[in-house]
Design a protein around this ligand. Structure first.
Ligand SMILES: [Mg+2]
Length: 321
């Protein structure tokens, strides 16, 4: 997924760290001094192996890399840096008019080249250009992470959406089946929600959804999962819950929602939920859609019996042969 980012990353603060990798002390110190004079923080490494260690420890924004080094040459160091997921620009220092070294260096992963002895202005231009590319790469990564998060989140309540829930139940189901661990599914539905919308308007309806989602989320263990799977429907996955534990959780959620009051212009509003609970022992033969269906059926019974109640269904089925 490609996203363009309009916002440029700040270029000044904190100062970027530039790593100078060179086996020659004089040229290493000279480069470090030039880097500092340009306003960057310089760190140095004596040789390729030390260079790789400093890359891990100092997390530099850019590496100035000498090509000819006795222990681990610039090609190898460039290749090792490029094997990491994080983009760290590498500028390879080669001899003048050494086109073959540049070709090999580029193939190994070098992003740009400088010829020794390095000119201060040329150094400034190359570093600035590479740091700009790196900033764009980072902004793009952040935007992509944010998009992935949005794709899995219900915009109104901030909890997982149906798409994410389908992944969660598949993963949890597989894990519980493999290790024969219990898994409970609770389907919650706000009673007479349509009436809330019709009487008080959709803005109040949205408030109710947010408040209910919030109180349910606060009532769960960290190992439980919760998603908004429909208009006024939420599903909770509770691994490692036996039938009585799952029933107790359903009852606790029902009571807490019953105890809520949502402010409206015409006074405070109370809502209730119906809960269908299915407790699977992790052994009985069923699949994850079957589990969800059983929980839905239990919810339907809770509605039939008058709402604001919890109905438990057990799933054992046939023992596997
Ligand atoms: Mg050298």
């Amino acid at each position: 997924m490609l996203v363009s980012t309009a916002e440029p990353a700040p270029l000044s603060e904190p100062p970027h760290t530039v790593l100078v990798v060179d086996d020659n002390r004089v040229s290493r110190d000279q480069l470090a001094t030039m880097v500092e004079a340009l306003g960057y923080r310089a760190v140095t490494a004596d040789g390729g192996l030390e260079g790789l260690r400093v890359v891990r420890e100092a997390q530099p924004s850019l590496v100035l890399l000498d090509l000819v080094m006795p222990d681990f040459d610039g090609y190898k160091v460039a290749a090792a840096i490029k094997a990491q997921p994080r983009f760290v620009p590498v500028i390879l220092l080669t001899g003048a008019s050494d086109l073959e070294s540049k070709r090999r260096g580029q193939a190994a992963g070098a992003d740009d080249f400088l010829t020794k002895p390095v000119h201060q202005v040329e150094l400034q231009i190359r570093i600035a250009a590479m740091i700009r590319i790196r900033a764009l790469t980072e902004a793009l990564d952040a935007a992509n992470r944010r998009l992935a998060e949005l794709a899995d989140t219900d915009a109104l309540t901030g909890i997982a959406n149906r798409r994410r829930f389908d992944q969660l139940i598949a993963t949890e189901f597989e894990r519980c089946q493999r290790y024969q661990r219990p898994l409970s599914v609770l389907t919650l539905d706000i009673d007479h929600f349509k009436k809330v919308n019709d009487t008080h308007g959709h803005a109040i309806g949205d408030d109710v959804l947010k408040v209910v989602a919030g109180v349910v989320a606060k009532s769960l263990r960290t190992s439980d999962h919760m998603a908004r799977t429909g208009g006024e429907e939420f599903v909770v996955l509770a691994p490692e819950s036996n039938p009585s534990g799952a029933l107790a959780l359903g009852e606790r959620l029902r009571r807490r929602v019953e105890g809520l009051s949502v402010a409206t212009p015409s006074g405070s509003l109370q809502v209730t939920i119906s809960v269908g609970v299915v407790a699977w022992d992790g052994v009985g033969v069923i699949d994850s859609p079957g589990l969800l269906k059983a929980s839905d059926d239990a919810l339907y019974q809770a509605k039939e019996k008058g709402r604001n109640r919890v109905v438990l269904a057990l799933v054992r089925g046939e023992a596997p042969k």
